[in-house]
Every structure is written in structure tokens, then in C-alpha cells.
Design a protein around this ligand. Structure first.
Ligand code: SAT
Ligand code: MN
Length: 589
């Protein structure tokens, strides 16, 4: 039992309860210090989990080949009523799930240390900030949470002084008997990622990877937070936040929702190709937003670091990310070079000689698959980003003037469309679909509906979530403009039409100037398209531009037919206002 007793009785009881259930060999309350971090890495190195890299303060980790991504099929929303979880979530009755969890977690931490991680989602002191306690038996989770959240003593002190917190219980699900040697990546074939939205708890069993295990991220900051946001009139969104500054020094903030592995990290820290424009990064994955008394929408990034997709990241695609990860980074499931540095597909044109792949084998190009797993990740503090936005720590948050939806669509969706109004924008968000990526277990490349890029992350009925978005519009509020982008449209030969990356700043510039009413738009049935995009210095053929902005009426009508079918999934929870918007869109076409 921990000694001396904690002042916060909820925390004291939680620790006692989990200790009794999981039977760990000892308890460690994390303070977030350097020495503690060092100790964690020593433990990880000794168990064969990690390798010290020849890169300042950086570590290499390889996961079990079966534990590499979010497991949506084993993710549950256990609300009292099944209807409240909605048709897009797996539901299980809370009391039955509790029984199942008690069974799974009984003695689950045997032979391991139980770490208690106090952490804050958001700058300590902001009214948007919320606290969490993650109890875990994984030192890998501790070192990641230290980067991804504000973790340690300051938060524990706030909790000790009475602040509330969201509890999250995590076990890799592989107890150790005294004679057993630990595996480099302990985990369990059985996986359960469970959320109780009413009692606001998280229980996660069997996986050590990413969003399954770093409970502050998708479990808390999206699934649980979305239900808190619904109840308290704010928004918890799967969105990056960026600042865009024009050559005159005027600045606007944007929030953008894209599904996992569709370029949020790249867009959030874009190095603009157009002279005089600057982009700064507030966050690359999650935004918590609320309208202020002045009617403006304010956003904070609840996180403290990036858990970014490594493959494809290079000096060409994201030079700021490459600088960010120069030191103090954790690399999981990338390839290891001979001189103990990292490599992944897309980092350089040619792979270096004598690579060890993410499975630990000497790698040869060809039959062995990629050297790094497509969902290989870096974990790094956002403070190391060369374009870290100075307001990322501001307790007020940053004022959002534009909201962007996007996905990976090879056809149909134009480069950029502005919505006519808020409700039309909400329809755009609800209509989002994207080709699947390796971030989740599933059928890569298949088009799936992913409303607001929240499909795997909304903690309640998605129909109610649409309504919550519509409810945000009020007379005294200054509603941000809503845009939809698609960087991924392809020509008939399957080549990307738009160069993307730094050139995306041209599209952002158009949005910026639309918000200020400085540039014109062409009215089309699907929304407002640029009359003219700044393409100075970009050698783009006229027919490419035509293809990028083509409004394919036939294609859209087919898409709408399919959407109408899809929306019946939400039955009477699908908002009337969106039905009207969809009918209007159809008649315009
Ligand atoms: O593994 S995570 O869910 O945290 C990353 C992602 O898919 O966005
Ligand atoms: Mn994400």
C-alpha cells in the first residue's frame, strides 16, 4: 500500500482497488522527472524492449508484430443504454463488461510494477483543461505519456488539492511468474479497449501500442471527452490546429479534421511554398474547442507531443517534422540502420545498406515487405518543433476562424470547397469518407465513411454528435467558415493531380483571404470554389487544374444516393436540418 496516504481519497481508493485486483509487485507514482525517465529506459533496455539510438536522447522500440495499430473491433463504448453508443460503436452492457474486465485484470500485473501516471490534457490552469490518471504496467507507456501529455508532480499536486480526474486502467495483459523472462514487447492476443461514458472511466487490456495504450489520447481526449463536451457544450475533435500568418503579419488559426494517417502532422507544420506566408503548429491530432463570451471559438491542443506516422516523412514532405525528431524522440516499428539510427520508407529515395527491419530481421528490398511498418510512429515533444506556435500553451486557447474537413479520395472531391453556411458545413463533415490506412487494423485502401474523421473516436451516438455540431450555431456566435479539401485526387493514370505538402499553403491562403472577403469564389451546386488560386511559381497544367476542380454532377448524384443510404444507419437521430441540406444539395445538382 502506498505510504503516506494521498489526500485525494478518490485517487487513494482507485490505487488500492487496482492494486488488490491486479496484484503488482510494487507501485510507482510517476513524477515526470528526468531521473525517473532514465530509470524507465534502463528497465526497457534490460528487458530487450529498446535500443539506445545514435541520435541524441532517442530510443528505438519494436512492438510485437501482432500489436501495431488501433484495434477498433475490440474497442467498446459501454453506456447504460445501447442506443447511446449508436450504430458506429461496439456496445456492451456496463455491468457485464465490468465482470469481464474483473476477470481479465485479476492478477494481470503480477510480477510487474504498477505505474500511476498523473497527467493533464491541456495547459495546467486553462478552463478547457482536464486531468487524468493512467494506471499501467508498461514502462513504455510511461515514457510515451511523459512526452504526449503534461505529466507528473504539478498535476498530482492539483489532484491532491481536489481537482477531479478521469481514471484509465491499462495492462499489457501478460503477468510474470518469478522464473519467467519478460518478453521484449509483452501483450496479449485478447484485447479490450473499453470506455464507460457515464462513469467516465477507461479500461484497456492486452495492447501496448499507440491509442490502445496511451489512454490520454483517443480514449480520453476523444471518446470520453466527446461525451463530456456534449454535456458541457464544448467540442472534442480529431483535429490539428495551425496558425497561418500572411506577409503583413496578420494571423488566423484553423482547425482541420482528417482521418488517421492522412497528413494531419504534415499540414500542421507545413513549410509554405509561397513567399512571406508562415505556418505555426498548435497541435497535430486533437482539438478541444469552446465558444467564448466574445462569441469566438477558442481551441486548445490537449496534447503535449506528436505521435506521428514515420513512413513518408522526409525533408521534402515535412522538413519541420524531420527537425523536430532530431533528438529526444522514441521511434517505434521503424527500421534500424547499421550505425544505430532510424530509417523508413520515404525518408530517402534509396534504403541504406544493412538495415534491420521492424521485425528484427536483416532486410533486403523485395520479398520481405517494407522495412518499417506502415503505421510506425515517432513520439516527440511538440516543444521541439521549429514552428511551435507560441500560443500553444496559452490558457485562453487560440481563436479558430476556419474549419477544414478532408480525407483521402482518389476521385470526386475537388481540391477545395467552401461551404455556403454552418449547416452545409456540418453536412460536409458528416459526409466525409476516406480510403483506409494502416493506422487501424482493416482493409487498407477501401473507402469508408468517416464522419468528421471521428468514426472510431466518437464516444456516443453519431447522430447526436451531428446535432451537437448543428447546435453550436447561435446568433451571438461568430461561426468559423467551413472548408473541405482533398489533396489526394488522382488522374486517369492513377497519378496524384496536386503536388501537396508545401503547396497546400496556396489553398490555405485562399481560405485566409476568403475569411477576410478579399478573394472571390464561384458558386457551384456543391459549394464555393476558388475563382483564382495563387499558383505563382507552380508549373501546373491548365487541364490538371480543371480536373482538380471538376464538379462531376453524375458522380455526385451517385455519391448522394449512397450517402442517403448510409445516413439511414442513424435512423431518427439523423438531424432534420441535415436531411434538408442534403435535399437542397441534390436539387442544386
Ligand atoms: O494510435 S493512435 O490512435 O493514437 C494514432 C491515430 O491513429 O491517429
Ligand atoms: Mn489521430
Amino acid at each position: 500500500m502506498i505510504n503516506p496516504k494521498l489526500k485525494n481519497t478518490k485517487l487513494q481508493h482507485l490505487i488500492e482497488e487496482i492494486q488488490t485486483l491486479c496484484n503488482p509487485k510494487d507501485i510507482h507514482i510517476c513524477d515526470g522527472s528526468d531521473s525517473e525517465n532514465q530509470l524507465m529506459w534502463e528497465i526497457l533496455e534490460q528487458s530487450g524492449s529498446s535500443i539506445k539510438l545514435n541520435r541524441e536522447g532517442s530510443w528505438y522500440v519494436r512492438s510485437d508484430p501482432d500489436d501495431v495499430a488501433r484495434v477498433e473491433a475490440s474497442t467498446y463504448i459501454c453506456s447504460e443504454k445501447e442506443e447511446d453508443a449508436g450504430p458506429t460503436n461496439n456496445w456492451f452492457a456496463p455491468h457485464l463488461m465490468k465482470e469481464k474486465l474483473i476477470e481479465l485484470f485479476t492478477k494481470a500485473m503480477q510480477g510487474r510494477t504498477m505505474y500511476v501516471i498523473p497527467y493533464s490534457m491541456g495547459p495546467v490552469g486553462s478552463k478547457l483543461t482536464r486531468y487524468g490518471i493512467e494506471i499501467t504496467d508498461s514502462p513504455y507507456v510511461v515514457v510515451n505519456m511523459r512526452i504526449m501529455t503534461r505529466m507528473g508532480g504539478e498535476v498530482l499536486e492539483a489532484i491532491e488539492n481536489g481537482a477531479d480526474f478521469i481514471p484509465g486502467i491499462h495492462s499489457v495483459g501478460q503477468p510474470l511468474t518469478s522464473s519467467e523472462r519478460d518478453s521484449p514487447w509483452p501483450c496479449n492476443k485478447t484485447k479490450y479497449i473499453v470506455h464507460f461514458p457515464e462513469t467516465r472511466e477507461i479500461w484497456s487490456f492486452g495492447s501496448g501500442y499507440g491509442g490502445n495504450a496511451l489512454l490520454g489520447k483517443k480514449c480520453f481526449a476523444l471518446r470520453i471527452a466527446s461525451t463530456m463536451a456534449r454535456d458541457e457544450d464544448w467540442m472534442a475533435e480529431h483535429m490539428l490546429i495551425l496558425g497561418l500568418e500572411n506577409p503583413e503579419g496578420e494571423k488566423k488559426y484553423f482547425a482541420a479534421a482528417f482521418p488517421s494517417a492522412c497528413g494531419k502532422t504534415n499540414l500542421a507544420m507545413t513549410l509554405p511554398s509561397i513567399p512571406g506566408w508562415k505556418i505555426t503548429c498548435v497541435g497535430d491530432d486533437i482539438a478541444w474547442m469552446q465558444f467564448g463570451a466574445d462569441g469566438k471559438l477558442y481551441a486548445i491542443n490537449p496534447e503535449n507531443g506528436y505521435f506521428g506516422v514515420a513512413p513518408g516523412t522526409s525533408d521534402l514532405t515535412n522538413p519541420n517534422a524531420i527537425k523536430t525528431i532530431e533528438k529526444n524522440a522514441i521511434f517505434t516499428n521503424v527500421a534500424l540502420t547499421e550505425d544505430k539510427d532510424v530509417w523508413w520508407e520515404g525518408m530517402t529515395e534509396k534504403a541504406p545498406e544493412n538495415l534491420t527491419d521492424w521485425k528484427g530481421r536483416l532486410w533486403k528490398f523485395g520479398t520481405m515487405g517494407p522495412a518499417s511498418h506502415p503505421n510506425a510512429r515517432f513520439t516527440v515533444s511538440m516543444r521541439q518543433c521549429p514552428v511551435f506556435d507560441p500560443k500553444a500553451d496559452d490558457v485562453q486557447g487560440v481563436p479558430i476562424e476556419g474549419i477544414i474537413f478532408g480525407g483521402r479520395r482518389s476521385t470526386l472531391a475537388p481540391l477545395v470547397v467552401e461551404s455556403f453556411n454552418w449547416a452545409h458545413g456540418v453536412l460536409q463533415g458528416a459526409s466525409q469518407s476516406s480510403e483506409m490506412t494502416a493506422a487501424a487494423k482493416g482493409n487498407i485502401g477501401a473507402l469508408r465513411h468517416d464522419p468528421f474523421a471521428m468514426l472510431p473516436f466518437c464516444g456516443y451516438h453519431m447522430g447526436d454528435y451531428f446535432q451537437h455540431w448543428l447546435n453550436q450555431e447561435k446568433d451571438n456566435r461568430k461561426m468559423p467558415k467551413i472548408f473541405t479539401v482533398n489533396w489526394f485526387r488522382k488522374d486517369a493514370k492513377g497519378q496524384f493531380l496536386w503536388p501537396g505538402f508545401g503547396e497546400n499553403a496556396r489553398v490555405l491562403k485562399w481560405m485566409f483571404e476568403r475569411i477576410d472577403n478579399k478573394v472571390e469564389a464561384t458558386q457551384t451546386p456543391i459549394g464555393l470554389l476558388p475563382k483564382k488560386l495563387d499558383l505563382t511559381g507552380l508549373n501546373l497544367q491548365k487541364n490538371v487544374l480543371d480536373q482538380l476542380f471538376k464538379v462531376d454532377r453524375e458522380g455526385y448524384l451517385k455519391d448522394i444516393e449512397e450517402l442517403e443510404k448510409y445516413f439511414t444507419l442513424y435512423k431518427d437521430k439523423f438531424p432534420e436540418k441535415l436531411k434538408t441540406q442534403l435535399a437542397q444539395l441534390k436539387s442544386r445538382l
